[in-house]
Design a protein around this ligand. Sequence first.
Ligand code: ZN
Length: 52
Amino acid sequence: MERTVVRCVDGHVFSTTSFPMQKAERLGPGRLLRCPRCARLRSVVPVTLQKQ
Ligand SMILES: [Zn+2]
């Protein structure tokens, strides 16, 4: 299963296997996921490991 590294609005970086990439392309980069650090749903964006 592919893992996606994401970052919540508070700057917490974690990986998830449930990031809906296909829907993200339609609705924009931000998605709501449960952040393990915040312990609540947060708006997250995918983190690319490549330098930008
Ligand atoms: Zn967080």
